[in-house]
Design a protein around this ligand. Structure first.
Ligand SMILES: C[S@@+](CC[C@H](N)C(=O)[O-])C[C@H]1O[C@@H](n2cnc3c(N)ncnc32)[C@H](O)[C@@H]1O
Length: 275
């Protein structure tokens, strides 16, 4: 059983490496559900996690292996309203399903980045992107708590059932704010707890690597995003995944003006009534 943050992250990495190997070999692995999703505990979870959350048209746009590799709890590409020419970053890109769908939307001039810490997932995603024939994709190895991209470099950040797995969620939210351009937006699917469900109760409902125990509550998500400098924050529950815990869509926009300590920064010239 993992005790430190590093051990917990390594447990997550091992679990998803095994899942990637299983999908690559055409078996569902030890993740224990029909869809092959690690974010699930049984066959009935196939409707709440994985490829079933994408419509037939989107699935038709994907190689079968990419759709089968879907381990998410929602469909961030359906909410992010991507436009041609934009730069999109998918945190915890897994087998690449959302990167491939995003790349098609922003093509030909836009770029879709996929960031993941698990070598086996990155290899699977690269193969799936090749099979899908998309070339405007870049896969990056790294952790979502320290995103390997410059400040103000992407228009949209998406993610599908990954932030609940992070051992340092405030760092992830601050990093998202750093890499987004002012006015940039997020469209995230994640597991989110009702505010009345305590951390101990979340842990009773499912495991950390299974995307349940590490979930934030709705209030915690909103407060974290506002502290990181986001406006127009919303967290909308879409489907229950365990008692009091939901697949949710999280949306927000990075403030256009820089902030300090959550408050807008008054530029000296503006403060003096100049210009
Ligand atoms: C539940 S799967 C979701 C994959 C993908 N988003 C999808 O919808 O199919 C979680 C993915 O996030 C990656 N991951 C988990 N924690 C991470 C972290 N801290 N930094 C980078 N990647 C992480 C795992 O390697 C795995 O590929």
């Amino acid at each position: 059983m993992a005790t430190t943050a590093d051990e917990l992250r390594e447990e997550v990495r091992r679990r998803y490496a095994e899942s990637a190997r299983a999908v690559g070999e055409g078996r569902s692995g030890d993740c224990g559900c029909g869809s092959g999703s690690c974010c699930a505990d049984g066959e009935s979870d196939a409707a709440r996690f994985g490829e079933a959350l994408y419509d037939a048209e989107q699935r038709g746009d994907l190689p079968e292996a990419a759709a089968l590799a879907s381990l998410g709890c929602g469909n961030p590409t359906a909410v992010a309203q991507l436009r041609k020419g934009e730069r999109v970053l998918d945190l915890g890109s897994g087998g690449g399903i959302d990167v491939i769908l995003s790349a098609k939307r922003v093509a030909p001039t836009g770029i879709a980045y996929g960031l993941d810490m698990t070598d086996e997932m990155l290899a699977l995603a690269q193969q799936n992107a090749r099979d899908a024939g998309v070339t405007n994709v870049h896969f990056l190895k790294g952790v979502i708590e320290q995103i390997p991209l410059p400040a103000d470099s992407v228009d949209v950040v998406i993610s599908n059932c990954v932030i609940n797995l992070s051992v340092d969620k405030p760092a992830v939210l601050m990093e998202i704010a750093r890499v987004l351009k002012p006015g940039g937006r997020i469209g995230i699917s994640d597991v989110v707890a009702e505010d009345v469900i305590s951390a101990a109760e979340r842990a009773e409902r499912g495991s950390y690597v299974g995307c349940i125990a590490g979930a934030l509550s709705r209030e915690e998500y909103v407060a974290g995003l506002e502290a990181a400098g986001f406006d127009d924050v919303s967290v909308e529950f879409t489907h229950e995944v365990a008692e009091g815990m939901h697949g949710a869509i999280v949306k927000a926009t990075k403030a256009r003006k820089p902030r300090q300590n959550g408050l807008p920064v008054i530029q000296p010239a503006a403060a003096a009534g100049c210009c």
